[in-house]
Ligand binder design. Structure first.
Ligand code: GLC
Length: 801
């Protein structure tokens, strides 16, 4: 359904004047003469929820996206009125509701900037066929307003001038601007006048967003059913908007085990067992770090989930154990389609308990996927999720599988129009029975949730690891994700970069792409450039469809192998840094990758940048995404940046050329940063870390850095057994001071830090620790000053002569 000229569309209906207003604690209800009711809930001082009904009665309030752990409560709330408006004031916002038509106008409470202004505001169109409304909202786009977010859209960072649809779709070999693809995350952030706010439209029906495409100054969104139900989230910092959205829809339930942040190797498919072993051995032989190896659908017996091919994997438990002895975790794929086969136990259980989705008229929903004709569990039923979670017992507890990869969960169906279930399929939806029109976008999310439940149950006390392809808002609570079936092309390298940034801006940071491309075959150069980008993605996995040739780090000749090794090694060195960034994400909702606009929204140059991003808080990265390059131009955000390779200092706020032959890439460290590094390991836990290295980058002035550590797996950190160290660096002309504040009960196995000083403008002559005049051991390596100090130091002062 495309509604082109909304304004002229005769079927649009609008609220009329307000005839009643009721306040019930944090919720204000305004009712119009024609029976439209608007509920405004003050979720927080900076978060308002708007909910409309056209029948005076609201549907039962239920959301898969909103977490019960979301922070609620405000400091100040006052409602006043004048002739034209009801005026809602919190400590952060002022929201005027027009008495004549329910339109809202939201202002910054402090400086009264108009942030978000309804144009037509809420309106709707009755849909006789669906038996509900198409609910719509339109807002006036402010001067120079830009838009970001919206999940996995494979397009430029800034969404202005474009229209999108959210309907999770199996999108083999999607291209730039293909829409929709695998994920539906109806959340965007907007930015104008230096201030940012977000809109989360929590509606699981097909939703559409138009950012000034149809009409130049109008942004609108609408859904093919359900309620107009959205959250307005104010910053003014974009990073706060994203953090608040992530708080609302949930942070990951736990930290990932550290090994999940290592390098993963995948292909469709490694089989039989001898092939898996060969791959594993080659990693160790060539000394290329790797933590996880994947089994795609061919490990199963005729693609039946929870079975093993006896021919290819006669003794999976032994194999998984042998891989584990070499430091590899085994991860297996599990799809939703359950083969119709009366001799197959999963099918039998599903039938006995009536767990599969049904068509409106009663028969089970039958569709073709890899195993042939299948039935599909209704993951929107909690009982089905419980059953599904128990199916993992043998895989995890007995065989020793460490992670599960959920694929095809859009749900994908082959050889049918729409590539998915028809609309009439019924779902339990936690007791709110509905059609597939409402459940489609959350089907994959609920599958990943059930899988997560199973892994958690049977891996405990280790942490679960799940990967999903389909997702709706909030899926980040349970699982990591990848961007689906991309293509081995230079354009797709660029797309992968923006998609990962966009997912991070949409509250979903544990994301990566199929490194090298899934469809078609990369050449060595493209593969190397993609690895360079991939090591900076929270989820780092090579995957390919496998039918065009090999895509392992050694598949492209020695030169490429050496480059790939060098970058994977860098990933492993940066693990404590990435783990700390993950901690900030899991505890505060701060995205792990920051697009430049999110890093510095005040600098207008950042509003249209795509390639550069900040990894964690301190590392500026810009992949080389064109063939035959010996470098590239890139924009440096404001501040000063050290070239990782040369220590040369670059002043930000300008675009510059950076050399980067194939064995290099533009990586810069923020001045003043302290970057923790582990030694290179072939897999997480291979070595006991006996000393933690920090690369310390001098800055005249102050900068703070952090380090989070714990046991790297398990749940002790929740009981306080973690350590959080905050470092303050203060650089002066002839002195460098580093102060440390530590909290938490975890004691790392090492005793000392090795501080390697970069860019020191003076020759260090004396080091004082904790004011006790203690002169520590000082060594000079390669002309750099390196100091070894006790890890619990409070203050280190390095002075010149
Ligand atoms: C889908 C997945 C892909 C997987 C393949 C076979 O195309 O996206 O990653 O390898 O199915 O399972």
């Amino acid at each position: 359904m495309i509604l082109n000229t909304e304004l002229e569309f005769k079927g649009n209906l609008f609220p009329t004047k307000i005839i009643s207003y009721v306040k019930n604690r944090d919720t204000l209800t305004f009712t119009s003469e024609n029976g439209v009711a608007l509920q405004v809930t003050v979720v927080r001082d900076s978060v308002l929820r708007f909910r409309f009904t056209t029948t005076s009665v609201f549907e039962k309030d239920f959301s898969y996206a909103i977490t019960k752990y979301a922070s609620r409560g405000y400091n100040f709330l006052e409602v006043t009125e004048d002739d034209a408006f009801y005026i809602i004031t919190t400590s952060k916002l002022i929201c005027n509701i027009s008495k004549t038509d329910l339109r809202s106008f939201i202002y910054d409470a402090k400086d009264k900037t108009l942030l978000c202004e309804d144009e037509l505001g809420f309106h709707w169109e009755e849909n006789y066929h669906f038996g509900g409304n198409i609910v719509k909202m339109s807002k006036t786009s402010q001067d120079s307003e830009s838009y970001y977010g919206l999940g996995d859209k494979p397009t430029d960072n800034n969404l202005k001038g474009k229209r999108f649809e959210n309907w999770v779709t199996d999108s083999y070999a999607f291209g730039k601007n293909t829409d929709p693809i695998y994920k539906a995350i109806p959340f965007y952030t907007a930015l104008h006048h230096g201030k940012s706010y977000g809109i989360f439209f929590d509606n699981t029906f097909k939703t559409e967003f138009d950012f000034c495409q149809e009409r130049r100054n109008i942004t609108s969104f609408w859904a093919h059913g359900g309620e107009m139900n959205y959250y307005f989230i104010y910053g003014p910092a974009m990073s706060d908007v994203v953090a608040n959205y992530t708080d609302l829809t949930g942070k990951p339930h736990e930290m990932p085990a550290l090994w999940t942040l290592g390098y993963h190797q995948c292909k469709w498919s490694y089989y039989p067992e001898s092939n898996v072993k060969e791959i594993a051995n080659k990693f160790r032989e060539l000394q290329i770090p790797c933590d996880a190896i994947y089994l795609d659908i061919d490990y199963m017996e005729g693609f039946r989930c929870f079975t093993w091919s006896k021919e290819y994997f006669p003794d999976p438990k032994r194999m998984v154990k042998e891989l584990a002895d070499q430091g590899f975790k085994t991860i297996v794929i599990i799809d939703p389609g359950i083969k119709i086969d009366k001799d197959y136990w999963v099918y039998q259980e599903g039938i006995e308990n009536d767990y599969f989705c049904k068509r409106a008229d009663g028969p089970y929903m039958k569709g073709k996927v890899w195993p042939g004709e299948c039935y599909f569990p209704d993951f929107t039923n909690p009982e089905v999720r419980e059953w599904w979670s128990d199916l993992f017992k043998e895989l995890v507890e007995d065989i020793g599988v460490k992670g599960v990869w959920n694929d095809m969960n859009e749900p994908a169906v082959m050889d049918v129009p729409g590539k998915s279930f028809p609309d009439d399929v019924r779902h339990e939806y936690e007791g709110n029975h509905c059609s597939h029109r409402k459940a489609h976008n959350i089907y994959g999310m609920q599958m990943a949730r059930a899988t997560y439940q199973g892994l958690k149950k049977f891996s405990y006390p280790k942490r679960p690891f799940v990967i999903t392809r389909a997702a709706y808002a909030g899926t980040q609570r349970y699982t990591s994700s990848w961007t689906g079936d991309n293509v081995a092309s230079w354009e797709h390298l660029t797309i992968a970069n923006v998609q990962a940034q966009r997912m991070c801006m949409s509250g979903f940071s544990f994301i990566g792409s199929d490194i090298g491309g899934f469809a078609e075959q990369p050449n060595g150069e493209l593969y190397a450039r993609w690895i360079q980008l991939g090591i900076f993605h929270p989820f780092c996995r090579t995957h390919s469809s496998g039918d065009h040739g090999d895509q392992e780090p050694w598949a492209f000749g020695r030169n490429i192998t050496d480059i790939v090794r060098k970058f994977i090694e860098l990933r492993y060195q940066l693990l404590p840094y990435l783990y700390t960034a993950f901690w900030k994400y899991a505890s505060e909702g701060i995205p792990i990758l920051k697009s430049l606009v999110l890093f510095d929204q005040e600098d207008r140059h950042t509003h249209h940048r795509n390639d550069e991003f900040i990894f964690g808080e301190k590392i500026l990265v810009c992949p080389v995404n064109a063939p035959n390059s010996r470098g590239r131009r890139m924009y440096f955000p404001r501040g000063n940046w050290y070239n990782l390779w040369t220590d040369e200092l670059v002043e930000g706020g300008q675009e510059l050329w950076v050399d980067a032959d194939l064995d290099s890439m533009p990586i810069f460290i923020k001045e003043g940063a302290m970057i923790p590094k582990y030694p290179v390991q072939q897999y997480v836990g291979e070595k006991i870390i006996d000393e933690l290295k920090f690369d310390v980058y001098y800055k005249p002035g102050k900068e703070s850095s952090q380090l989070f550590e714990d046991a790297h797996d398990g749940y002790d950190y929740i009981k306080g057994r973690y350590s959080f160290r905050e470092f303050n660096l203060i650089g002066k002309e002839k002195e460098l001071i580093i102060q440390q504040h530590k909290s938490g009960k975890f004691d790392a196995p090492y005793q000392t830090f090795k501080l390697e000083l970069h860019g020191l403008p003076f020759k260090a002559a004396k080091v004082t620790i904790d004011k006790e005049g203690f002169i520590c051991e000082e060594i000079v390596v390669n002309g750099e000053t390196t100091i070894i100090v006790d890890k619990n130091f409070r203050e280190v002062v390095i002075t010149s002569l």
